[in-house]
Write a protein that binds this ligand. Structure first.
Ligand SMILES: *[C@@H]1O[C@H](CO)[C@@H](O)[C@H](O)[C@H]1NC(C)=O
Ligand SMILES: *[C@@H]1O[C@H](CO)[C@@H](O)[C@H](O)[C@H]1NC(C)=O
Ligand SMILES: *[C@@H]1O[C@H](CO)[C@@H](O)[C@H](O)[C@H]1NC(C)=O
Ligand SMILES: *[C@@H]1O[C@H](CO)[C@@H](O)[C@H](O)[C@H]1NC(C)=O
Length: 452
C-alpha cells in the first residue's frame, strides 16, 4: 500500500513538472504591474512562437539575460503586447527585431542586430532607439520611424550614410553615429533640415570630406567630427552658420591648415559674439602645424577629386622640421645661459657671505682694526661690486638679445605661415583651373563626337 502511494506521488510530481515547463518558457518576475522583468530568456527552438510570456497590460519589458536570435513578428503577436511601449533587450545576441507600431522605446545595445523588420503599413511611434554596439549597416531601414527623438547608432557597421531617412525625422534631437566606418555621406533630395536637432556626432569614422550645402540645423549645439580623415568641408565658410553651436570637436583629422584657419576665423576672434567651445582632442605633438590647437597640414586642396592622389602631398614638412630643430637649439642655449648665470651668482653670494662672517668674527674679538685691514676689506668689497655689475650687464645684454631674437622668430614664423597659406590658395586655384580645363576639353570632345 505504502509502496503504491509513493509511486503515485512520484508520478504526480513528474506530471506537474512537465506541465509547467511546456506551458510557459519564461515568466515575469512580478506577476502583476506595468513592468515585466524576465531574468533569463532563452529560445525554445521546438516552440518558436511562445518566446515571451503573456504581456497583457504590461507597458515595459526588460530582459536581464539570455540568448535569443530574433524577436519575430510571430512572437510579438502571440503574447498580447498591445500596451507595450518600452523594450529593454540588451546583450542577448539578437540578430533582428520586429518593430510594432506602438513601440516607443527600444533599448537594444550590445546585440548583433543587422535588421529591424516591420510590416510596412503601420505608422510608428518609436521615439528612442538605442542600437549601439550592433551590426547594423542599412540606415534606410529607419526611414519609417518619423517620430524619432533620440537615435543612437554608435559602433555599428555603417559605411555609407544616406541622409534621406533622417531628414524625415522632424522631431529628432539626438543623432549619434560615432564609431562606424562611414566614408561617404549621401545628401538627401530635400534639404537636411532638422529644426530640433541639438546633438550630432560623426566622430570616429572614415570621412574625408562631405557636402553640407543644404544642411539647416538651427538648434545644433554639439557637433562632433573628431577622429576622421577630414581635410576640409568645402561648403562651410564659417562654423557660425550653425548659430546655436556651443561645442565643436574637430581633433584628430587631416585638416588643411588654410581651410581650418578660414573656417574657424570668426570663432577664434577674441571679440566674437559666439562662445563656441573647441574640443581639440588629446594634446598630441602635431606632425606640422596647429591652428587653434588643432593639428593640420599644408596640403594641396582636395577639392579636385579627379586629381591623382600622389599629387596631394604635404607641403613644407622639411622647412617646419628645420625651424622646430632650430628653435629647440635656441631653447637649449638659453637654458644653458640661465644655468651658468645662476652658478656665478651663487659663487658671488658665497664669497660675500664668507667675508661677512669673517668680519663679524673679528669684531667680536674686539681687536683694534688696523688701517691695512680696512683697506683690504674695502678693496675686496669694490672687487665684489665690480663682479656684480659685470654680471648684471651680461644679463641685460642677454635679455635684449633674446627679445630681439624672439621678435625675429615670430616674424619669420608669420612670414612662413603667410607664404604657405598664399601658396596653398594658389595651388587650389591651379587645381580648380585644371579641373575646369579638363571639363571643357571633355565637353568639346563630346560635342565633336555628337556632331560627327
Ligand atoms: C537582413 O536583411 C537582408 C535583406 O533585407 C537579408 O538578406 C539578411 O538575411 C537579413 N539578415 C538577418 C540577420 O536577418
Ligand atoms: C536596406 O533596407 C531597405 C529597406 O529595408 C531595403 O529596401 C534595401 O534593399 C536594403 N539595402 C541593402 C543594401 O541591404
Ligand atoms: C600676407 O602677405 C601679403 C603681402 O605681403 C598681405 O597682403 C596679406 O595680407 C598677408 N596675409 C596674411 C594672412 O597676413
Ligand atoms: C573638334 O573638331 C574641330 C574641327 O572639326 C577640331 O579642330 C578640334 O581639334 C576638335 N576638338 C577636339 C577636342 O577633338
Amino acid at each position: 500500500m505504502a509502496m503504491r502511494l509513493a509511486i503515485y506521488i512520484l508520478l504526480m510530481c513528474c506530471c506537474t513538472l512537465e506541465a509547467t515547463v511546456s506551458s510557459s518558457t519564461a515568466i515575469c518576475v512580478k506577476p502583476r504591474g506595468k513592468i515585466c522583468s524576465i531574468n533569463v530568456l532563452n529560445e525554445d527552438t521546438s516552440r518558436p512562437t511562445s518566446l515571451l510570456p503573456d504581456l497583457t497590460d504590461r507597458v515595459e519589458l526588460h530582459v536581464v539575460s539570455g540568448q535569443v536570435k530574433a524577436l519575430t513578428e510571430t512572437n510579438t503577436r502571440s503574447s498580447n503586447m498591445e500596451k507595450l511601449r518600452i523594450l529593454r533587450l540588451e546583450g542577448l545576441g539578437l540578430e533582428s527585431v520586429f518593430v510594432r507600431g506602438h513601440f516607443e522605446e527600444l533599448h537594444l545595445r550590445g546585440n548583433r542586430i543587422v535588421n529591424l523588420t516591420i510590416t510596412g503599413s503601420d505608422t510608428y511611434s518609436l521615439k528612442v532607439l538605442d542600437l549601439r554596439k550592433n551590426q547594423f549597416a542599412n540606415v534606410t531601414q529607419l526611414q519609417p520611424f518619423e517620430r524619432m527623438v533620440e537615435l543612437k547608432l554608435d559602433d555599428n557597421q555603417i559605411t555609407v550614410l544616406a541622409l534621406e531617412p533622417f531628414s524625415r525625422m522632424t522631431q529628432l534631437r539626438l543623432l549619434s553615429l560615432a564609431g562606424n566606418r562611414i566614408n561617404q555621406i549621401v545628401p538627401s533630395m530635400k534639404p537636411f533640415e532638422l529644426g530640433e536637432l541639438e546633438y550630432f556626432s560623426l566622430a570616429r569614422n572614415e570621412l574625408v570630406s562631405f557636402g553640407t550645402a543644404n544642411w539647416q540645423l538651427p538648434s545644433l549645439k554639439e557637433l562632433l567630427l573628431n577622429n576622421n580623415r577630414l581635410v576640409e568641408l568645402p561648403d562651410i565658410i564659417d562654423f557660425e552658420q550653425f548659430f546655436s553651436l556651443e561645442q565643436l570637436a574637430l581633433g584628430e583629422n587631416d585638416w588643411s591648415c588654410s581651410w581650418l584657419d578660414r573656417a574657424l576665423g570668426s570663432v577664434l576672434k577674441p571679440d566674437s559674439e559666439t562662445s563656441i567651445k573647441l574640443d581639440v582632442g588629446p594634446n598630441t605633438e602635431c606632425a606640422s602645424e596647429k591652428v587653434a590647437g588643432i593639428c593640420c597640414k599644408f596640403t594641396i586642396s582636395s577639392s579636385n577629386v579627379d586629381a591623382p592622389t600622389t599629387a596631394s602631398g604635404e607641403l613644407f614638412v622639411q622647412e617646419i622640421r628645420q625651424a622646430r630643430q632650430q628653435s629647440e637649439k635656441l631653447t637649449a642655449v638659453h637654458d644653458e645661459f640661465v644655468r651658468s648665470w645662476n652658478e656665478r651668482l651663487k659663487v658671488l653670494h658665497t664669497k660675500l657671505q664668507n667675508m661677512l662672517v669673517g668680519l663679524m668674527a673679528e669684531l667680536q674679538v674686539n681687536k683694534p682694526v688696523t688701517v691695512l685691514q680696512v683697506k683690504q676689506l674695502s678693496e675686496d668689497l669694490e672687487d665684489l661690486k665690480k663682479q656684480l655689475i659685470s654680471l648684471e650687464k651680461d644679463k641685460h645684454m642677454r635679455d635684449q638679445m633674446e627679445k630681439r631674437l624672439r621678435h625675429f622668430m615670430i616674424e619669420m614664423k608669420n612670414k612662413l605661415l603667410n607664404q604657405t597659406i598664399e601658396t596653398d590658395k594658389l595651388l587650389s586655384q591651379v587645381s580648380e583651373l585644371r579641373y575646369s580645363f579638363d571639363k571643357q576639353i571633355m565637353e568639346r570632345t563630346k560635342e565633336n563626337i555628337t556632331h560627327v
